[in-house]
Write a protein that binds this ligand. Structure first.
Ligand code: ME8
Length: 628
């Protein structure tokens, strides 16, 4: 038993969470739950990155303050983590005071070391990456990492002597071979550092949304120096109470996406070396999720929101799918088909059928009683358990789960070979079923980090007390009473699913409904009606479109996104009375420009003497809910 401190990246609040963010947090949750089950003193941190130019710009575009934007988006992250059963111990927001105290404490140590100086700087700057790049790396005015447009920025700036840490970093990589994981990423990082490190600009005067530089407040701190420090500020570092810091730092694992490796594997250890603080043990750069083989992006409109899947199938299924479908280090592609296939094959079929068959036999033959068994599965079970632990030790969830599922198919075979149904109520049948039940109990323990609900159901139905790994004892003499487990994961009829569910998806790309035609043809089929997506939206901002007596520009919250919608309701309503109201909207109307202002949808209204009258719901409905 030891301690385990694991972190996710802190997520930017300029956009809503999607499947990629969910993946990283689920991975971290999986490892945290595993270590808790190992009896380790575990701490799991996640949070949000709320400063910097990206957030400032998005807020400006929406006409709200960065703080308002952060408050809105942070609750979306927190709600999603609740939905996905994320068991973090702490959630840090970089706008909290405890955070800025931690950042400034680190900065002070870096200054005391003589590693910070002020100079003037001019160079290509990428707002998206929040980074300067050397002129030679810019191709066609685009940043080398992601091809975002860059602009030339001239600033007086504070610099960190990153160049001084080139050798110490290379030494770190060679001494701590798996500081960066997987190995391929370690090689990337090493060759980046070998090419030479320039000093790093760590302040900005061009933006104001950040932590002011002490004593020179027209500078705010570079967002990555600010953000990376969250891993210690959340432990109270710099806030006068070092208890958690002393207990948990250094982190055992910074889990991040491969795109932010350089910040974590180069800048962060250099900052820590400069401040004289211990370095994290591992930085793991996971691969990305794409959608149907394409990169997820707003412009392609293919960003996957995990929420509808979780609402329909439960969090266990989504968690399992993401961890099992692709190796942690490589990219993978999400598709509805792959999701349903995995659910049917691994969950409904393999584990679901095994659990229901076994508990039904126990119930029919022995009134559910599980006894000592004959030890015939013990060796295979313990071998499988040790393979699972090995994979977990190497941070390989897919492989760990594969070992469990191979064992499940062995168990199905075991039942087929020993045919307990053909020898009802015999000692042999009792032994077979009791052995299999012990094996199922071990499976429940191993899947608890990925599917806490299913694991809990199995444990409870088998009458075993939940145990930690170190306390697990195959030969546990306790006799227990089990109950039938039925339909642990209901099978999904693929045909029906794609008939019902896929349609609205497909319609996104289909031609929009011709409303003129509908006037001449008053009867529509249900399928035609379904083409029109209606949703409840909460008006969070409203103002008059300049020079128009009728038009009001609204920002409408649909749960997973905010949209600008313009409505001709300004004669009847004042903007102020609209804010906070939830109304029905046509959600998939073609974008249109009204007096030069883009509208992405339509507010619905009744009609009284030629004036539009808004509609409201009889009960509160959450923003984004579908209207059918
Ligand atoms: O980078 N698949 O925040 P962020 C898998 N604030 N992972 C994905 C993904 C995808 N399609 N898209 C994004 C930041 N991610 C900084 C971090 S930490 C001190 C500061 C992952 O919200 C991405 O790889 O842009 C990254 O690890 C994480 O989401 C947060 O991205």
């Amino acid at each position: 038993m030891g301690k385990f401190y694991i972190t996710t990246p802190i997520y930017y609040v300029n956009d809503n969470p999607h499947l990629g963010h969910a993946y990283c947090t689920i991975l971290a949750d999986f490892f945290a739950r595993y270590h808790r089950l190992m009896g380790d003193d575990t701490r799991f941190l996640t949070g949000t990155d709320e400063h910097g130019q990206k957030v400032q710009k998005t807020a400006e575009k929406e006409g709200i303050t960065p703080r308002q934007l952060a408050d809105r988006v942070v609750s979306r992250y927190q709600n999603l983590w609740k939905k996905l059963d994320i068991s973090h111990d702490d959630f840090i927001r970089t706008t909290e005071e405890r955070h800025s105290k931690g950042v400034l404490a680190i900065l002070k140590l870096m200054e005391e070391k003589g590693d910070v100086y002020k100079a003037s700087y001019e160079g290509p700057y990428c707002v998206n990456c929040e980074s300067f790049f050397p002129e030679k790396d810019i191709v066609d005015g685009k940043c080398p990492d992601f091809g975002h447009p860059v602009t030339v920025l001239k600033e007086e700036s504070y610099f960190f002597k990153l160049s001084k840490y080139q050798e110490p970093l290379l030494k770190l990589y060679s001494e701590q071979k798996n500081f960066v994981m997987p190995e391929s990423r370690m090689n990337e990082v090493r060759s980046f550092v070998e090419k030479g490190l320039k000093d790093l600009s760590i302040s900005r005067t061009s933006i104001h949304w950040g932590i002011p530089m002490p004593g020179d407040e027209k500078h705010v701190l570079y967002v990555w120096l600010d953000a990376l420090s969250n891993y210690v500020s959340a432990l109270g570092y710099g806030s006068g109470d070092d208890k958690l810091y002393n207990e948990f730092w250094p982190a055992d694992l910074h889990l991040i996406g491969k795109d932010i490796l350089r910040f974590h594997a180069v800048y962060w250890p250099a900052f820590l070396m400069s401040a004289g603080l211990p370095l994290p043990k591992h930085v793991f750069g996971h691969g990305w999720w794409m959608k149907d083989q394409n990169k997820m992006s707003k412009s392609l409109g293919n960003i996957v929101d995990p929420v509808p899947y979780v609402d329909q199938f439960g969090s266990d299924v989504m968690r399992y799918f993401l961890l099992r479908e692709k190796p942690i280090g490589t990219d993978g592609s999400f598709s509805d088909e792959a999701f349903i296939d995995r659910l049917n094959a691994d969950l409904a079929n393999d584990i679901g059928n095994f659990a229901s068959r076994l508990t039904a036999l126990l119930d029919m033959q022995f009134e559910g009683k599980i006894t000592a068994g004959d030890g015939s599965l013990k060796e295979a079970a313990l071998k499988q358990l040790s393979d699972y632990h090995d994979a977990m030790g190497k941070f390989q969830p897919k492989e760990a789960l594969e070992f469990v599922w191979t064992f499940i198919s062995q168990l199905n075979k075991y039942l087929v070979e020993r045919e307990p149904w053909a020898k009802p109520k015999t000692k042999e049948s009792e032994d077979t079923l009791s052995e299999a039940a012990r094996a199922l109990r071990l499976i429940a323990l191993q899947i608890a980090p990925v599917m806490p609900h299913a694991a809990g159901t199995i444990m409870k139905s088998l009458g075993f007390r939940p145990a930690l790994f170190p306390q697990f004892n195959w030969d546990d003499p306790q006799e227990t009473r089990s109950y039938r487990i039925s339909n642990l994961f209901p099978r999904v009829d693929k045909k029906e699913y794609f008939a019902d569910v896929k349609k609205p998806e497909e319609q996104k790309t289909e031609k929009k409904v011709d409303t003129e035609e509908k006037v001449e043809q008053p009867l529509v089929t249900i399928d035609e009606f379904r083409k029109i997506v209606l949703r409840a939206g909460k008006i969070i901002q409203a103002e008059r479109v300049p020079k128009s007596s009728k038009l009001i520009r609204m920002i409408v919250d649909f749960g997973d996104e905010n949209r600008q919608i313009v409505g001709g309701i300004g004669k009847k309503y004042q903007p102020e009375e609209l804010v906070g109201k939830t109304c029905p909207f046509v959600f998939n109307l073609e974008p249109a420009k009204l007096m030069g202002v883009e509208s992405n949808g339509m507010i619905m209204a009744g009609n009284l003497d030629g004036e539009p009258i808004l509609l409201q719901f009889l009960e509160d409905v959450p923003p984004g809910s579908k209207i059918s």
